[in-house]
Design a protein around this ligand. Sequence first.
Ligand code: DHB
Length: 308
Amino acid sequence: DLTCLFLGQPLANPLMNASGVCCRTTTELDTLASSAAAAMVTKSCTLEPRTGNPEPRYSSLPLGSINSMGLPNEGYQYYLDYAERFDHERKLLFLSISGLTLDDNVEMIAAIREAVNPALLEVNLSCPNVPGKPQTGYDFEAMDELLDEVNDAYKRPFGVKLPPYFDISHFDAAAEVLNRYPRLAFVTCINSVGNGLVIDPDTESVVIKPKDGFGGLGGAYVLPTALANVNAFYRRCPDKQIIGCGGVQSGTEAFLHLLAGASLVQIGTALYEEGPAVFDRVLGELTAIMASKGYTSIDAFRGKLKTL
Ligand code: DHB
């Protein structure tokens, strides 16, 4: 039994895509809608459409991926229209927004609030790839100001996508800001580990074009950082649900995210590499792990990470 509850809504299983992968066009979104995942999220959007950074802007690596897409997207209205037409009985749909300014975010939120059939709002505080735009999630004052505006403008439950943090004082400070907002109902940890640099020794060159090769890391590289962030916010935000993202390529990593406290688990790099069949494979593997341990429900182990 892989069923779970998210914000009171029952879901068939805890899997979904990570934003950015397979979710930019309606064709891709329809592919996700037909997959085994019980939830899905749209590509982070901006007020106006964007083509993003020059290519190559994604590279597949033995231990994961590096990307600097630069927010290519069709503009928020496109995703809001998709949400309005979406059969919300079929899957839980999240709409990710990543405004270039606070005013852009407020304008998008106002429109989403007015929608009849809206998706669950996720405010992305952590895009590392737009030149000249620092990540809001690394500036706690800016984060508080943005959440204050979102909280006022949007009268429904919403969530945030966080960047990875690496210092206990930053976990404390971020959680303290998040806990000021009771309608902030979920927290997605983590976005890519920002601004890594991958170098090919044969060509003596970087592997992606934007930003002289600097880009966000995903996949196996980031699993321990992802688990740390999931568990840090699970402990600090008892009234919120955590969505785990980072390094999930088999049932084992999905199991670890759930053990660390995640309510839902996202797949990014592995979805990019394998396509939506990845959800069937990971669900089968997770079922086998649970059976071998004698767990008959996710609730039997979720958040029950042992310490020494
Ligand atoms: C992009 C990357 C991110 O990690 C993100 O959160 C939003 C957008 C991008 O480069 O398109």
